[in-house]
Design a protein around this ligand. Structure first.
Ligand SMILES: NC(=O)c1ccc[n+]([C@@H]2O[C@H](COP(=O)([O-])OP(=O)(O)OC[C@H]3O[C@@H](n4cnc5c(N)ncnc54)[C@H](OP(=O)(O)O)[C@@H]3O)[C@@H](O)[C@H]2O)c1
Length: 167
């Protein structure tokens, strides 16, 4: 990975750090968060774990998508490519300006050490979950942007959308 590529993680988590339940989001749709995701990831390649790919509500890039799996014979839809590791995905994106890691929990855990930027939506409620956003050292990052949306403003919950930049 050449250093000119910004590695960005993008995630939404609840107060108790839940990001998923039964391979879906734990909450009702949040249009404000969806709009933000579409805006910041526009024209960027995406990297995701096989479980996040294998999800009826999957998110994908119009440009290119990499699905990380240990299954050598795993077959993906058009517009997606199988890779065997996060490093292989980064190698394929090495000439990009910015690439997005979309999760889920397993892939976020692997990615945090590489993250230059984290777009993190905080959903200010508690939800049952079986997948969680990993704890990371906030001292390693500055918060460079914070957008607030109150319940009713294109969101069924109070949310904050933070941008963390590695110091
Ligand atoms: N709220 C959010 O922002 C957000 C974002 C994304 C996902 N999610 C949620 O997160 C949940 C899914 O997360 P998850 O942790 O269960 O799954 P995941 O991270 O999406 O995918 C896990 C899969 O990635 C592959 N993998 C993991 N480590 C690997 C390695 N070192 N080398 C090669 N392949 C590797 C394995 O695929 P194989 O089993 O095929 O080998 C593994 O089963 C869902 O509930 C989803 O809705 C939430």
């Amino acid at each position: 990975m050449t250093k000119q590529t910004t590695i960005s993680l993008i995630a939404a988590m609840s107060k108790n750090r839940a990001i998923g339940l039964n391979n879906a989001l734990p909450w009702n749709p949040i249009p404000a968060d969806w709009d933000n995701l579409k805006e910041v990831t526009k024209d960027k390649k995406m990297i995701m774990g096989r479980k996040s790919y294998d999800n009826p509500h999957r998110i994908w890039s119009e440009i290119e998508n990499y699905v990380i799996t240990r299954q050598a014979d795993y077959v993906v839809d058009a517009g997606f490519e199988v890779v065997s590791s996060l490093e292989e995905a980064f190698e394929k994106c090495k000439f990009e300006e910015e690439v997005f890691v979309l999760g889920g929990e397993e892939i976020f855990k692997l990615s945090i050490p590489f993250a230059d930027r984290i777009y993190l939506t905080l959903v200010h409620e508690t939800f049952e979950g079986d997948a969680f956003f990993p704890a990371f050292n906030k001292n390693d990052f500055n918060i460079t942007e914070r957008k607030e949306f109150l319940k009713g403003q294109n969101t069924p919950y109070n949310i904050s959308i933070l941008t963390y930049e590695r110091k």
